[in-house]
Design a protein around this ligand. Structure first.
Ligand code: ADP
Ligand code: ADP
Length: 224
């Protein structure tokens, strides 16, 4: 069974704006899916619904077979969300930031897991540094480490490379590529076609609240 299943999903915000107009999508365990689309297409709305942060207007979303609205707690612990901006205390250390995030997700401390995450993201040597001492690229890695702190099966990355330079973008692609090996299912949003091409197995194109197509990367690139 797919790890994420979305059926007839619509979202109309309270001001009457229809951000999603009927989305159907299955995501298989272990795949990397890129959601490609311009600003305002509905990407963040869709992610927020799957994460249980926003309620759908109609339709159903299941994560690991659980309904994201009725079984919020069960589905939320399965998901790690990497937001666009670092909102964490800049005067806290990397180690404490990531360990504390695990606690916020209701998990018991597991220093061995935190160590593994920090090593995988090449943050181990920086663990006692304060966030304010880190470069932009290292701060982005901390966001990912926080999202992996509670051992989620699914990782959402919302515009992971928006507004970063080419070097940092390639660095992030490399990080995502390495995460694949750990078996985490990865869904990222982007408006860079090269990004979708570089790291995804499948690409979904979203525009004006509709999923125009979802294809294997190879098939899609042949069409463009
Ligand atoms: P994307 O992530 O693709 O840029 P969003 O999901 O953030 O798109 O937004 C889709 C559309 O929904 C945009 O036109 C945005 O202005 C609108 N929107 C987002 N949040 C709200 C809200 N809380 N109330 C009304 N409209 C919203
Ligand atoms: P608390 O303040 O909640 O007691 P600690 O800071 O003592 O938490 O850390 C809890 C666990 O994490 C301990 O097992 C400790 O050894 C480990 N730990 C703390 N800081 C580091 C670090 N910089 N590198 C590796 N392990 C650490």
């Amino acid at each position: 069974a797919p790890i994420i299943s979305i059926r007839n999903l619509t979202k109309t915000y309270s001001n009457g704006f229809q951000a999603l107009k009927g989305i159907d999508l299955d995501v298989e365990k272990g795949e990397i899916l890129a959601l490609l689309g311009p600003n305002g297409a509905g990407k963040t709305t869709m992610i927020s619904i799957v994460c249980g942060i926003t309620n759908p207007s109609t339709g159903t979303v299941t994560v690991g077979g659980h309904d994201v609205v009725r079984e919020f707690r069960a589905t939320r612990t399965m998901i790690g969300l990497v937001p666009q901006e670092l909102t964490t205390d800049q005067f806290e250390t990397v180690w404490n930031t990531v360990s504390f995030s695990r606690g916020l997700h209701g998990k018991k401390p597991n220093p061995a897991h935190i160590e593994r995450v920090l090593r995988d993201l090449s943050l181990w040597d920086k663990r006692d540094n304060m966030l304010r001492q880190l470069s932009g690229g290292m701060k982005r890695r901390v966001l990912i480490a926080k999202a992996l702190s509670h051992e989620p099966e699914i990782l959402f990355l919302d515009e992971p490379t928006a507004g970063v330079d080419v070097t940092l973008r390639k660095d992030m692609w490399h990080v995502v590529e390495r995460l694949r090996a750990s078996g985490v299912t990865i869904i990222l949003t982007t408006h860079y076609i090269e990004e979708a091409e570089e790291i995804a197995d499948r690409v979904g194109v979203i525009n004006d609240g509709k999923l125009l197509l979802v294809e294997e990367k190879k098939t899609l690139m042949a069409k463009l």
